[in-house]
Design a protein around this ligand. Sequence first.
Ligand code: HEM
Length: 188
Amino acid sequence: MVWTMSEIVRSSSVMQKLQSEIRNHTGRKQNVDEVDILKMTYLKMVVKETLRMHPPAPLLMVHESLSHCQVDGYDVLPKTSALINEWGIGRDLRVWGDNAAEFYPERFENFEVDFEMVPFGGGRRSCPAMNISLASVELVIANLLYSFNWEVGYGMKNEDLNMEEVGSLVVRKKFPLCLVPTKYNWED
Ligand code: HEM
């Protein structure tokens, strides 16, 4: 959620497009609910793009081979530890093109994700909480943007927000995200 908010605040066009989608689909009421978010296609693209660029577990978890196998011509012996570089997969120029380092949710308009990114891992030991995690992130982000506009404040420009990472197995922002909300006025 923190990485998603950070990327949204850094780009005024993403924030505006997302707020229009959320407010148009929700209408004027107390808050966005689970049914409202089903129709929000841009919101889903924004969350996907965040997971591509900022996978919370950049190397997934350590896996161990059970038996001897070959991968790409390399012999993998039993009990070999394997780390999957999900961070690298999400930034591979061959998959994502020259703008791989850019936050560009629209790339998912014409791109059905299969194994091009695996922020929740894959196979039998993948994250069992994938669906609830995605739904929770979408619901919280939608509500934050529905009721408020956000800025970095304190005289700083939104696009200059610090995005440095820290951590190893789980990566988080080096500096905590601190934003200033302004209540959205439907009459404006
Ligand atoms: C955006 C949020 C989350 C992400 C990106 C994420 C990602 C991951 C990843 C990459 C793995 C390792 C998969 C592998 O090694 O192939 C994993 C495993 C796991 N996750 Fe998550 N996770 C998230 C949220 C959650 C939540 C909220 C829970 C619990 C409520 C959870 C419970 C678990 C469990 C129990 C495993 C171990 C599964 C196993 O070893 O069989 N995760 N997760």
